[in-house]
Structure formats: C-alpha cells, structure tokens
Design a protein around this ligand. Structure first.
Ligand code: C5P
Length: 253
C-alpha cells in the first residue's frame, strides 16, 4: 500500500523535544492546522515506537520519523521493517550509505507494508548535512564541492528508488531540475517573514520554497515556540495556500 500523497497543508511541524507530554500536547494543539509532525532522534531515542504511537493517538496527523538510518544493507532493512510497522508517513536514510543500502530500505518498507498491511512509509534520503561545509567534506576524504556532492548523492538515491530527498531550500530548484517532477523534495530551513531566523542561515519563506519546487516543508520553532502554535501554523498554511493549491492543480493535470 503506498502512502497517501495529499495532506491538508504541506507543513510538517518539527517537535524537537525528548518529552512525551510536550510532544503530545503540541500534537493535539496542531491537529487542525499542521499537515504532519516530525519526530527525530532526540524523541525516538528516549521513547521509541511507544512514544511515536502516543503522538499518533494525540492527533492522527501523519508522522515524519526522521531517523537518518545508515548501516549495512541488512541492518537498515531490519530497522526499516520495524519502522514500517509503525504506520508513519515518511522516514529517512543517509544517501552516503550507498545505492545497495537504500534499495534494501525501500524493499523492506514495501514488503513490510504489504505484509501487515499498513501504509508504506515514503523513504526519503538525506544527502550532505547542512552542518557540513567544503572543509568538513575534505576532512572525511571527499574533495567535491558541497553542491556537487549533494547532486551526486541525490542521483544515487533516485536510482535506488527512494521517494524523496531532504534538502536545503537553496538546493530545491537545482534538485527539482536534476531529478524531475515526481520525486518528493522536503525542506527544513524555512522561515515566514514574520518569524525570527534562529540559527538557520540559508532560509527561504514557505511560499518561496514551495514555488522553487519543494513538496513538504519542515518548520519547527516558528510554530512550536509561538505563544499560540496552532495560530502560527494556521497563519503559515494560509500564506502558502495559493502556491500549494496551484501545485496541486499542476500535479493532477
Ligand atoms: O526550528 P526549526 O524550524 O529550525 O527546525 C527545523 C527542523 O528541521 C529541526 O528538526 C532540524 O533538526 C531539522 N533540520 C534542519 N536542517 C537540516 C536538516 C534537518 O533544520 N539540514
């Protein structure tokens, strides 16, 4: 079973917390205004599948479980079998794990979803972490420029059959051109004009990121740190509505 492709808004709110009560509280508040919720390693290492289920039952919103899996193909396939049983909307693997590892991840997700049956999670590849610059790449033996390495890894990920790529908003247009219209592009580093940038440096507004070709936006603090998180998410959803509905029309044309 493939995951449904339409959400009420393309915003995934990042719940960057290790506290179940904070995550479930935000999930309940955002049930009507966010498109989905992102849970990452901080939360998963503390609470595992049980914590994910608690968040799922607090809101019913699709979950982006951002685990950035990277190991030998057999181990990643095993991890993916467990992740797929959770019925999450999407999850991540590191493209640097290679084509064989990503193929194993996609196959495990597909087989598990068929067997249970649950919605198959979208398997999304992470290329070069945005905390890496050219010097960091060089220090681990990669002489390529960051952009070239992003493109190389994204191409390998696409050949492995992944459903999408996580990328910086400034890479969206380039990857959309390289990879074509069907692959999903997911971008953090998105900031509405009325919010503070925090520690994000390479940012676009939600509308600009969508117009450049992003499918889903990951937004954390502008929503979670707002006095009224539901109102902040609703405000962003309203701002992007013209661009999102235009994209929906194009997608179905
Ligand atoms: O609060 P903020 O909107 O900056 O949160 C963005 C989310 O996206 C966080 O969960 C962060 O870890 C994640 N992220 C990111 N940049 C990346 C990859 C993930 O900000 N390159």
């Amino acid at each position: 079973m493939a995951a449904p492709r339409t959400l009420k808004t393309p915003i995934f709110t990042a719940l960057d917390t290790a506290e179940v009560s904070e995550a479930t509280g935000l999930a309940a508040k955002l049930a009507d205004s966010s498109g989905g919720l992102k849970l990452g390693l901080e939360f998963f290492c503390a609470h595992g599948p049980k914590g994910v289920k608690e968040v799922q039952s607090a809101s019913d919103l699709p979950i982006f479980l951002d685990l950035k899996l990277h190991d030998i193909p057999n181990t990643v396939a095993g991890a993916m079998r467990s992740v797929a049983q959770l019925g999450v909307f999407m999850t991540t693997v590191h493209a640097i794990g290679g084509q064989g590892m990503m193929e194993a991840a996609v196959k495990a997700a597909t087989d598990t979803a068929y067997e249970f049956p649950v919605q198959r999670p979208l398997v999304i590849a992470v290329t070069v972490l945005t905390s890496f610059d050219a010097n960091d790449l060089k220090s681990v033996g990669v002489g390529a420029a960051v952009t070239d390495q992003v493109r190389r890894l994204a191409g390998i990920a696409q050949r492995a059959g992944v459903d999408g790529i996580v990328c910086s908003p400034l890479e969206v247009a380039m990857l959309r051109q390289d990879l074509g219209p069907t692959i999903k592009l997911i971008t953090p580093g998105v900031r509405p004009t009325w919010s503070v940038a925090n520690d994000q440096k390479r940012i676009l507004t939600p509308s600009d990121a969508l117009a450049a070709g992003a499918d889903y936006l990951v937004i954390g603090r502008p929503i979670t740190a707002a006095a009224d998180p539901a109102a902040a998410a609703a405000r962003i959803a309203q701002e992007i509505a013209p661009v999102s509905s235009e994209k929906r029309v194009q997608a179905t044309a």
